[in-house]
Ligand binder design. Sequence first.
Ligand SMILES: *Cc1c(COP(=O)(O)O)cnc(C)c1O
Length: 355
Amino acid sequence: MTADTVQIEVQQTTQSRLQEVDFDNLVFGRNISDHMFIAEYKNGQWQDLRIVPYGDLSLSPATAALHYGQAIFEGMKAYKNEAGEVLLFRAIDNWKRLNKSAERLCMPQIPEDVFMNGLTELLRLDAGWVPSQPGCSLYIRPYMFATDPYIGVKASDSYYFIIFTSPVGTYYAKPPRVKVEQHFIRAAEGGVGATKCAGNYAGSLYPAKLAQQEGYDQLIWTDARDHAYIEESGTMNIMFMLDGKLLTPHVSETTLDGITRKSIVAIAEHWGIPVEERRISVAEIIDALKAGKLEAAFGAGTAVVISPFATIAYEGVDYPLPEIKEDSFVNKVKNYLTDLRTGKQEDIFGWMLKV
Ligand SMILES: *Cc1c(COP(=O)(O)O)cnc(C)c1O
């Protein structure tokens, strides 16, 4: 498919809900924008590309995704600059990653023009939903799932690809208390940890619930074999500042190749800050905590951007982390990313796309 063969039929809503939204008090995931983009995969082709008013789907109870979990998603954001133009951050990377997830779960590839044209058409139509308040953005949820009405275990022959969006505010939460998980795992070598498949998140709920009952907000996942190496935190990548260096686990089969993570790495390198992407043992981090040398530990991901931890718990001991200072790397990189995404900072990396 080439760009000119992507025909998107547009059915505009007659009842916009935009006036009902309180843009000064946005709650994550509460408001969904007026329209959604849908493409259907049938007979080996993506077809019936359309933008329609956001609303319920009608599906067979035998819908394959509901039984065997062929379901993958992405999370990305759009921003407004001072001129009111809508900007996308590294959208191509989300498209590529969705296709990587699709390959692992035996789902069809989505052509670049189906993804990008669907996305940009949708954003043009719902541009009014992109917040301009500081710290706010439009969260974008592209996802694909199997739709064969068939309950034999096999790769489905039909799929839906949908994009809808939701205006979101600053994901303000107080710095989380995180616990190094020593029993449950998020991912194992040979598994699906490197994909954003639905089941990964279902499987993480129970260990997260147990940690919450112990008074923690989130987990630090460790390797499946020895629980000796750090992988991610919750549904975010994890990063540390130690001895003036930025440390983060290297991307592997068991970690998600996060776009926030790799953007922070690129910015740090641009600023001349030493970066180490490698195996990071729990022992190394706990030793640094005990010696009072760990400057910061934080999660990195689209929803929260950067989430510095207040406490890391290991083997029943809580190790507090220092407060993040105004002139720290963590603060500076967070502000830099915000400015880049809202057009206040020159886009030297070529990450931004005007819709
Ligand atoms: C989505 C996700 C991330 C962060 O990726 P971003 O592209 O930065 O949003 C990290 N870990 C997991 C498990 C994720 O699902």
